[in-house]
Design a protein around this ligand. Structure first.
Ligand code: PLP
Length: 372
């Protein structure tokens, strides 16, 4: 076979959860077994301990486990006093659940355009969108990158608005030294398995320093009752499962390392891709800590889908988060303004494979497939 170079291309998934599971296998198993042995599956000691551990990690007074990130948003909005007919200013460039939660509480999502560098809500566009009915601003820290919180908090203070942070993609991320999800009135987290802190099923959490919001959220998650069978409000069945809490307690002590692994892999991608024409690598705000839930590039000149197909052909998985900006989805598009940046980016973004400890070989293989 002399002289014949056999190039072994391996398949690269967009996300591989196996390395982390293998690394934590023994601890995960004993945590799961502990729950099975205890026979306590709802609101047991692991939920309580996880809530305390997350509160300590984030530096907030209250952490309240719920059933999903979506429920964290719905209950968080309700607990913050958002009522039917209220307007909530948010980003169209997010997962549907952000706006869906606003609609589920009967409020109206008001979409404003995004900053093309950070992919997050453009604070300059919030002020002109404020009306007498505006009650809250709902920024999203998309892909693990902080929204620009200072001007958002300033506007909120001036106009007496609540701020609810959608932190579903940014556990452990920071803005000016503060943990994301602790800057506004309420922080909403998701532990969906693919999130940067993921359970093995659905899960979510509400973080707040506000005693009143915390008490209301705790009441709403168990059918609107503070005392069992003395229900006082129409609430939800939305608890974090004991088994998921036990799993998350194993993972939480490793989250900073995992986020660091994502950051390292991202910086490696930046180097590998820096000279590729027509690709813009992610912006990193020097005042924030991006945790790269996703590593998302922009592919210019209408070549995104072509590059995606080309990589797929080479066995490399990528994803488009998200192909349709939320204001263009059927339930919102009638009233929606044209939001040019979000619409353009929906055609340009491409998220590359990333997880803590993704191999350099994978990343190099991707880069050489990208440079055609
Ligand atoms: C995942 C996600 C949600 C919803 O979380 P679930 O746990 O899946 O309900 C909300 N907002 C954003 C930005 C998300 O990425």
């Amino acid at each position: 076979m002399k002289g014949v170079k056999i190039c072994m291309l391996v398949k690269i998934p967009v996300l591989d959860l196996k390395p982390e599971i293998e690394f934590l296998w023994d601890d995960l198993m004993s945590a799961i077994q502990g729950v099975l042995k205890s026979g306590q599956f709802i609101m047991g000691p692991n939920v309580k301990a996880f809530e305390q551990e997350v509160a300590a990690y984030l530096g907030v007074k209250h952490a309240i486990g719920v059933n999903s990130g979506t429920d964290a948003l719905v209950i968080g909005l309700k607990a913050a006093g958002i009522c039917p007919g209220d307007e909530v200013i948010t980003t169209p460039f997010t997962f549907f659940a952000t706006a869906e939660a606003v609609s589920l509480v009967g409020a109206i999502p008001v979409f404003v355009d995004i900053d093309p560098k950070t992919f997050n809500i453009d604070p300059n566009l919030i002020k002109p969108a404020i009306t007498l009915r505006t009650k809250a601003i709902l920024p999203v820290h998309l892909y693990g990158q902080a929204a620009d919180m200072d001007p958002i908090m300033e506007l909120a203070a001036k106009h007496n608005l609540k701020v609810i942070e959608d932190t579903a993609q940014a556990f452990g991320g920071e803005y000016k030294g503060k943990k994301l999800g602790t800057i506004g009135d309420v922080g909403c987290f998701s532990f969906f398995p693919s999130k940067n802190l993921g359970a093995f099923g659905d899960g979510g959490l509400i973080a707040t320093d506000d005693d009143q919001i915390a008490e209301t959220a705790r009441m709403l998650r168990v059918h609107g009752s503070r005392k069992k069978y003395y229900n006082e409000a129409i609430g939800y069945n939305s608890r974090l499962d004991e088994i998921q809490a036990a799993i998350l307690r194993v993972k939480l002590p490793h989250i900073d390392n995992a986020n660091e692994g994502r950051r390292q892999a991202s910086h490696r991608y930046n180097e590998l891709l820096k000279d590729v024409l027509g690709i813009i690598t992610p912006y990193e705000d020097p005042n924030a800590k991006h945790v790269y839930h996703q590593y998302t590039i922009r592919v210019q000149n209408g070549c995104r889908d072509e590059l995606k197909d080309h990589l797929a052909h080479n066995g490399i998985g990528t994803m488009v988060y998200y192909p349709v900006p939320v204001h263009r989805l059927p339930m919102y598009k009638e009233q929606a303004p044209t939001l040019t940046v979000a619409e353009q980016l929906a055609d340009e973004v491409l998220s590359l494979p990333i997880w803590p400890g993704i191999s350099q070989e994978f990343q190099e293989q991707l880069a050489s497939s990208t440079i055609r």
